[in-house]
Each structure stands twice: as C-alpha cells, then as structure tokens.
Design a protein around this ligand. Structure first.
Ligand code: MN
Ligand code: MN
Length: 392
C-alpha cells in the first residue's frame, strides 16, 4: 500500500470505526453486553467470497544479510492474518539477531534446526539465558528485551510467531537504532561514561550483528545472575505427544504447561499420509499454520455458504480467523508436520464429531431431515485425527 493509499485507508477506517462505535453504543445499551464491542465486523472477511488464507513464506525474499535471513508474513503479505504474524529466520554461524524488543507483540518460537542461545530481560531486571535445539520453544512476553544468537558452526533455523498481525512495521525496536539516534552527550550522561566511548557505534539499525561463534559455556551477565521466577524455555518435542491416533499425533503447549506463555499456544501436528485433523473451530483464538514438512489440504468454512480450500506445501503459511471452521489433511505420500500457533494462552477447540456426539439423535434427525437410526452410526466421541479411508 502506498502512503497516500494508506492514509485514505486509515481515514476510511476511522470513519468506519466512528460509525460502528455509534451503532454499537445503541446495540450495547439494548443488549447490555459489553463483549459485543469486540465483534466489529472485519471488512477483510465481509465479502461474498473468502479471501486467500495462504502465503508462500519461504518463497518470499525477506531481509537478507550475509547468509542470515528473516522472512515475514504480516497483514502486508497475508491480509487476512490480522491476529498473528510470523517470521522464518535463519542465522548463520556467528550471527546474532541484535538486542531488541517488540512494542506490540509477544514472541513465540519453535526451533526447526540448529542451536540458538537467547538472553531476555524482564521489567524486574531479571535476565535469563537459554540454549535451544530442534523441537524447543521460547516465549518472550510483549515488550521484553531479548537477543538471539546462532550457537556452534551450523546455521540455525526457527519459526517465530507474534500475537499481532501488524507487528512488523511498527513494532520492532533495536538497540543499535536507538543508540545510533540518541545524542552522544545524552548517552554519556545516561551511562556516566565519556562521550568518546560511543565513537564509531553504528548509526542505523544493525538487525543481524556478526561476530565470533559464542562460547559453548554460557557467559554471566554484567550484573551477575538474577533469574526470573518463570522460565522462557519449553522443550516441546521432549514431551510425550498430547494426543496419539492412528492417523497422526499432536504436541501442544499452552500456559497450563508453560506458564509464561500467557498469550500464545503452540502445536506440532504430525499427520500420516491420508490423515485428517478433523473439521473443527477455535472459539477463543486465531490460528496460524506453517508447513514444516509435507503437502496438505486446508479447508475453511466462513458461514453464508463461503468455503475455500488451499493446498499448502513445505514453507507455506496458512491462517484461520477465530471461530472459522477448518480441517487439515495430509495429501502427500509421506508424513507431514505442521507448526500451529494460536493467539491465546489457553487452548480451546470444538471438533465437529464431538458436537454431533454431544447432541441427541432426535435433534440431529430433525436438523438434517433424516432418520434417527442414521445418527446411531456416528462416532460417540471426539475423532480429532482420522486415519486414511473408511473405519473398520
Ligand atoms: Mn524478537
Ligand atoms: Mn485448528
């Protein structure tokens, strides 16, 4: 979007917001339910057809410095994804994603390959350093300062999830950018050291700093060790899967198992060829998907007869708005693995088979104008993941 388009868009959005606020004020008085205020219709989802919910993240160029890169999927690349943004990041040996914070989003990560070290500070001045390998997860609450560095001599690849689809443009604050734009006398006064100490500092954002491969043993912070009460690290794939079925398995981590992750839930979903994560929806969260391995078909139901299917391959991103019905099916000939993130710290889902099973057969008979005996054949419990083909 150009700047003038953006201004027009923002002006239009402001008018729309004012109009809906006035309308909502009346409705709220009638309904007496303040939660209705959250339900302003999203113009991106108001059309006769559903918009695309797929973006080929790994095929995009992103930001490249040396052999390190950051590729992002925000509302700019995938307009439907207002609630969650994601980044695929690769760090070459000796590279560091410099000290920064995100003013508008928490950061959740899953390590795909290689090893990463992070240090994060919280508002109480506690700092934690952790080392991560494949299958591990980190969570940095919104606004907490952190850095990421590649450990050892192999590159590291990880997927970042942010609980705000707009986070990128306005949300990342880097230490070199700040120091580089602050007058030296002020810096000298701030730190109580001579102005000359800041000679030769970078003038602009460094983003990926490059230096020596970090020491294998973690170094101690300037202030010494002062650890936070809650850890930022969770070894997701070290746990037994949350759910195991013939057609696949799922690992899940939300704030009940990883208390610092108050706003994001993460899932790793493996499906065997033909395996189906059944039709379901999430009452409390948007869903962001990244295909780590394999080929999948994702369906989405958007009410009013609107239905859309996207075929996704390794490196593609998908997005399902809160409350929208969907399914994921492995259409390849080998096992697939999907990383899924939700912008809620508490996982909630309603599966279609469970909904059927939760109703009396006479209700189902009336609903579909079919004999009650038909519904006796339906599952008596949640299917969750269905294997290939007809059940035995
Ligand atoms: Mn970050
Ligand atoms: Mn889902």
């Amino acid at each position: 979007m150009s700047d003038s388009n953006r201004r027009d868009f923002l002006a239009g959005a402001a008018l729309f917001a004012a109009a809906t606020t006035a309308m909502l004020a009346n409705r709220t008085t009638e309904a007496g339910d303040p939660s209705f205020m959250n339900n302003v219709p999203d113009p991106a989802l108001a059309g006769k057809e559903l918009p695309t919910f797929k973006f080929a993240l790994e095929k995009s160029e992103g930001k490249v410095i040396g052999k390190s890169f950051g590729k992002e999927a925000t509302v700019e690349q995938l307009p439907i994804s207002k609630g969650i943004a994601g980044v695929s990041m690769k760090l070459e040996p000796g590279a560091m994603r410099e000290l920064h914070w995100h003013a508008t989003a928490a950061e959740w990560a899953f390590v795909v390959e290689g090893r990463v070290r992070t240090t994060v500070i919280d508002p109480d001045g506690n700092a934690e350093t952790n080392d991560f390998g494949p299958g591990d997860v980190w969570l940095f609450p919104r606004g907490h300062g952190h850095m990421l560095e590649c450990l050892r001599h192999e590159p590291a690849h990880f997927i970042l999830i942010f609980d705000n689809g707009y986070f990128s443009e306005f949300g990342t604050f880097s230490i070199s950018d700040w120091i580089g734009h602050t007058p030296k006398p002020l810096l000298a006064k701030n730190f109580g050291i001579p102005e000359s100490a800041f000679d030769g500092f970078p003038k602009d954002e460094v983003y990926f700093a490059r230096g020596a491969v970090p020491p294998e043993k973690q170094s101690t912070p300037l202030q010494g060790r002062k650890l936070p009460a809650q850890t930022h690290k969770f070894e997701l794939l070290e746990q037994p899967p949350h759910k195991v079925f013939k057609g696949g398995r799922e690992w899940r981590v939300d704030s009940r198992r990883f208390p610092i992750s108050k706003t994001i839930t993460g899932v790793i979903l493996d499906l065997e060829p033909g395996g189906l994560r059944e039709l379901h929806w999430h009452p409390n969260a948007d869903e962001w998907q990244y295909v780590i391995e394999g080929n999948v078909s994702v369906t989405m139901f958007g009410s009013h007869g609107r239905y859309r299917t996207e075929t996704m391959e390794k490196g593609d991103v998908g997005y399902i708005p809160q409350g929208y019905g969907h399914s994921i099916e492995n259409i390849g000939n080998k096992q697939c693995r999907i990383l899924i993130g939700f912008n809620s710290g508490v996982y909630e889902a309603i599966d279609l088979s469970q909904w059927f099973a939760g109703n009396p057969v006479d209700v189902l008979a009336t609903n579909f104008s079919k004999p009650a005996s038909l519904f006796e054949r339906f599952p008596k419990q949640d299917v969750f993941i269905s294997p290939q083909g007809e059940p035995q």
